[in-house]
Write a protein that binds this ligand. Structure first.
Ligand code: UDP
Ligand code: LCN
Length: 819
């Protein structure tokens, strides 16, 4: 295949493609004739390639055709729309860079087209009349993005904060007066009515600069550890308020950094200064859907890593906030509220309690607010796909409760997933405060052609609401916290989750010609960690939680089926391959069972243990879970797996789960994460933290967490034979060479310590909070214009769609599912 070097960035596809087609004219004419043979349709890359193979059956000739620029262009094609006699291509040469061309199958003429035209071809396949209407609703966020600077390199995507600091610096540079917005911002800082940093005495850059020279001399004469209180009054007279530091030394440092910023702004000092400013004390984290609790919830429908992530995030953020506030010389206690839904019928969990302190924190709580409709309070769990009718009222109710609990506004609102992000957008807009969003997983890329086919999928998934809600939140938010690069902008071959919202179409509803721009500097990567007091290496013998051993022994090896486990392991000397996930289709636990069932070599080498769901489909209300439960039973019978498989129901005890991973490591086993797509994959880092060699899907976040063949292995969930053989090869090698297994265990751990800890995360996210709070202030007008556009879109489009989502009647709950 040709390399990227074959095509220069400055060349457009429309410029290079005609020549490339001409060079293989004979074959290309035949290929294009084949492409249009079946009439109008959407073709993906694999269709284009397999039909090309059928036409050019000689392998050498095919290699020659694909060896040049043409091969490179074709392989960068995301999809093609066949509209005889034309084939229209959407080509993605690099993450974030898309081009669209129309090729005539008759004379191979190539014409550049716009994204709008491309979407029109695509939607015409399902709704030609709508597509031809000149006045359909076109959503174009780019049109109102008139002043935000954007990045240009694909490799810079996800480092937004670095660029925002650079852009800020250059705005303030040049002459002292340019720093006035910074001074205004500093004068505006306060907490609960108390002025911080500067008062009106120092309301110009020149006054501030002069005063800083005086304080420099004054502070140099004091012992370094002099508490701020000792010179607080004098500073106040000069115009300086609290918040510079707890001692003379730290105050002097912070003031010096600001003096340097005023003298000649540079990004490093700007970043250091902004991250020291006392701007964040109270944080609201929104996560309405699922069962949000600290015990007995994991593995319940729609309840997985998001809950784990948020609880760990709160602990890490509270710790970091407490430290920062103290270092700045303030005595304020930070408050973090995780706001979720209160579920009256809570399946034995605490999800029916309004307030619950968060374990391991001093000042953080879960606040639960019920979903309401005009019929009253909704008592039961509702799928995340059906959640839209409750969100607006929930926002109102939650806002009132938050203001009451915090005795004022929060300083930062962080949304999670579609529902939490939409609520965060509405709330942050109403209160006028900084907003962050976290996706965990955007649903759009999980289902092929989910935009054009929305009408078919809508009754089940309500994607029309979801995609528009996501688009609204991405645009409304001040910054986005992603876990990996791929989440934003994908990989060479696959668009990112956010990137897939760049342009899409919902025929009959609206054509989104510019939904989001992944080069917007709001995008940042801050990868989560795993709680290292729970997930620590199997080799740390003195820390092992031996009290769980009898229960884990029973869980893995007892002979009889019961409500917690099914199947048994005849040969307990074999290593165990282990997987644990919610029983969603996308998690592909059934895929792993099938690969194992089919691969005799693997079955001879290892046993299989999977944790997920439960065994009686009639006990589940979740559509996907029900079908996966049934499939598991079928596969166990089909491949006669009893004796080699243990299926364990969803496990809710994190500490015991940590020990379970380590017990699997004791068998010299491995963790396998076979998802068809995984946004991040907390189980992957949990397993690696426990020293378990890990095989994880190459579709999504795990492909970035693991360096294939170095700190673990990638597997292709769409190629089960290859995946199961890769696992079998590993165990064959480990059987003859014990050091081989040890190597993957150790390098996996190293990878975690370098990149995936909560400490690194909290530091990054709080810096983002400070930097983007100033940035939104600097770009007030732009922000306001966008908000008005968003409000109109929300009102006229999104709200109408929500009316189509049924509100279930509140008949009594089924018996609780076993935990
Ligand atoms: N988990 C669990 N019990 C289960 C299934 C999952 O405790 O039966 C935990 C798992 O340890 C991890 C989280 O739930 O902490 C799942 O996170 P992941 O990112 O792997 O997937 P998600 O469910 O968020 O899609
Ligand atoms: C949701 C997912 O699907 C996972 O991939 C993530 O690991 C989890 O949330 C936590 O962010």
């Amino acid at each position: 295949m040709a390399s990227a070097a074959a095509i220069k960035r400055s060349d457009s596809i429309a410029d290079t493609m005609p020549d490339a087609l001409r060079q293989s004219r004979y074959h290309m004419k035949r290929c294009f004739a084949k492409y249009i043979e079946q009439g109008r349709r959407i073709m993906k890359l694999h269709h284009l390639m397999s039909e090309m193979e059928a036409v050019i059956d000689d392998k050498d000739e095919r290699t020659q055709v694909l060896g040049g620029v043409l091969g490179y262009i074709l392989c960068s094609t995301q999809e093609a729309v066949v509209v005889p006699p034309h084939v229209v291509f959407s080509i993605r040469l690099d993450p974030g860079y898309w081009e669209f061309v129309k090729v005539s199958s008759e004379d191979l003429a190539v014409e550049a087209i716009t994204v709008r035209e491309f979407l029109k071809y695509k939607e015409a396949l399902c709704d030609e009349k709508w597509s031809n209407d000149e006045h359909v609703l076109e959503v174009d966020f780019r049109a109102i993005d008139f002043s935000t600077p954007h990045l240009t390199l694909s490799s810079s995507i996800g480092n937004g904060i670095d660029y925002v600091t650079k852009f800020t610096t250059s705005k303030l540079a040049g002459k002292l007066d340019n720093a006035q917005p910074l001074v205004d911002y500093l004068v505006s800082l306060h907490h609960h009515g108390e002025q911080l940093i500067l008062n009106e005495t120092l309301n110009t850059a020149s006054k501030l600069q002069a005063a800083l020279i005086v304080t420099e001399v004054y502070l140099s004469a004091l012992p370094k550890d002099t508490p701020f209180q000792n010179f607080e009054l004098r500073f106040k007279e000069w115009g300086f308020e609290k918040g510079w530091g707890d001692t003379a030394e730290r105050t002097q440092e912070t003031m010096k950094i600001l003096s340097e910023v005023l003298q000649a702004p540079d990004p490093l000092n700007m970043d250091r200064f902004l991250s020291r400013l006392p701007t964040i004390f109270n944080v609201v984290i929104l996560s309405p859907h699922g069962y949000f609790g600290q015990a007995d919830v994991l593995g319940l429908p729609d309840t997985g890593g998001q809950v784990v992530y948020i609880l760990d995030q709160v602990k890490a953020m509270e710790e970091e906030l407490t430290l920062r506030i103290k270092q700045q010389g303030l005595t304020v206690k930070p408050q973090i509220l995780v706001v979720t839904r209160l579920i009256p019928e809570a399946r034995g969990t605490k999800c029916n309690q309004e307030l619950e302190p968060i374990n391991g924190t001093k000042y953080s709580n879960i606040l639960r607010v019920p979903f309401r409709t005009e019929k009253g309070i909704l008592r039961r769990w509702v799928s995340r796909f059906d959640i839209y009718p409750y969100l607006e009222l929930f926002t109102q109710d939650a806002t009132a409760k938050i203001l009451y609990r915090m005795e004022g506004k929060p300083d930062l609102i962080i949304g999670n997933y579609t529902d939490g992000n939409l609520v965060a957008s509405l709330m942050a807009n109403k209160l006028g405060i900084t907003q962050a969003t976290i996706a965990h997983a955007l649903e759009k890329t999980k289902y092929e052609d989910s935009d054009v086919n929305w009408k078919e999928l809508d009754p089940k998934y309500h994607f029309s609401c979801q995609f528009l809600a996501d688009t609204i939140s991405m645009n409304a938010t001040d910054f986005v916290i992603a876990s990996t690069y791929q989440e934003i902008a994908g990989s060479k071959d696959r668009p990112g989750q956010y990137e897939s919202h760049t342009a899409f179409t919902l025929p009959g509803l609206c054509r989104v010609v510019s939904g989001i721009n992944v080069f917007d500097p709001k995008f940042n990567i801050a990868a989560p960690g795993a709680d290292q007091s729970v997930y620590f290496p199997y080799s740390e013998k003195q820390k092992r939680l031996t009290s769980f051993y009898p229960a884990i022994e029973e869980l893995l090896f007892s002979k009889e089926d019961n409500s917690e486990h099914l199947g048994f392991l005849v040969d307990r000397k074999k290593p165990i391959i282990f997987s644990m996930a919610r029983l969603d289709i996308v998690k592909n636990i059934t895929g792993l069972v099938e690969w194992y069932g089919k691969n005799k070599r693997l079955r001879n080498l290892v046993n299989l243990v999977v944790v997920g769901g439960f065994f009686d489909p009639s006990k589940s209300k979740d559509r996907e879970e029900i079908s996966e439960i049934k499939k598991m039973h079928t596969l166990i019978e089909k491949y006669q797996l009893r004796g080699q498989i243990r299926w364990i129901a969803a496990q809710a005890d994190r500490n015991r789960n940590g020990e379970l991973y380590r017990c699997i490591a004791d068998t010299r086993g491995a963790f396998v994460q076979p998802a068809l797509y995984e946004a991040f994959g907390l189980t992957v880092i949990e397993a690696m933290n426990c020293g378990l060699p890990t095989f994880a899907t190459n579709q999504g976040g795990p492909a970035e967490i693991i360096v294939d063949g170095v700190s673990g292995f990638h597997i292709d969930p769409n190629n089960g034979d290859e995946a199961s053989n890769k696992i079998a090869d590993f165990f064959e090698k480990s059987k003859t060479d014990a050091a081989y297994w040890d190597r993957f265990s150790n390098v996996g751990l190293q990878r975690i310590y370098e990149c995936y800890t909560w400490k690194i995360y909290a530091n990054k996210v709080l810096n983002m909070g400070s930097t983007y709070t100033f940035w939104r202030q600097l770009n007030k007008e732009q922000k306001q214009a966008k908000q008005r556009y968003i409000q109109m879109f929300f009102n006229l489009q999104y709200r109408n769609l929500v009316k189509n989502v049924p509100v279930p009647s509140d008949e009594p709950e089924q018996p609780a599912a076993p935990k």
